[in-house]
Design a protein around this ligand. Sequence first.
Ligand code: AP5
Length: 210
Amino acid sequence: MNLVFLGPPGAGKGTQAARISQTYDIPHISTGAMLREAIANQTPLGIQAKATIERGELVSDEIVIGIVKERLAQADCAKGYLLDGFPRTVPQAEALDQFSHVEAAVNVDVPAQVIIDRIAGRRMCQVCGEALHVDLLKGSDTCPKCGGKMVQRDDDKPETVRNRLDVYEKQTKPLIDYYRRQNALLDVNGNQPIDEVQADIRRALEEAMK
Ligand code: AP5
């Protein structure tokens, strides 16, 4: 199953992608996570991408297309994949169509004010990348999954979040129509509890794959 997950920053793409990729036993490929890992390891890519990400802007199409093309060529993607955060522009989607066939694009839809609250409260594990809201951490800064330290992402500061939402509206939202035209779009209400969003995504995928 070849899937892409669309949706604004903080919509819950990563949360759902982690679960759905397990359900269908396909690799969860997050370009944001790959870029954050490159930044943490201070690779040439990370050094180049750091300032762009911290401004809330997009890394160049050329770079992310290259990363994804290389990743999808790996053996574990032969049975399918779940792309989280890619494509993010029409040129990225067009490039993806050149080297793979997307079977479904899941659009996780959440109103802007809910997103702002979610992102303001998000903490992410420095070790395993688990994302949790401060309310669930109940004052702790320790990851319940691996014991790593939970911190705020550099691009989750309010001024950067505003820019990320603008960038989403201008550059990523057009992908909703792009995949609707391909008959591949599955709209899901992301403004409900995590388990219910997951159940809706599974239902939509099962219906689409019949
Ligand atoms: P990326 O990491 O992809 O960030 P994003 O798309 O902005 O998405 P987020 O990770 O912020 O949110 P999410 O939708 O995954 O939500 P989450 O599950 O964490 O990209 C970061 C940056 O990298 C970009 O800005 C760009 O610079 C660069 N980049 C990446 N890909 C690129 C590309 N293709 N091209 C160019 N540049 C690229 O959930 C958010 C919070 O809400 C969490 O705390 C979670 O616990 C909570 N939550 C989730 N679901 C629910 C729910 N149903 N109810 C209540 N709380 C919930």
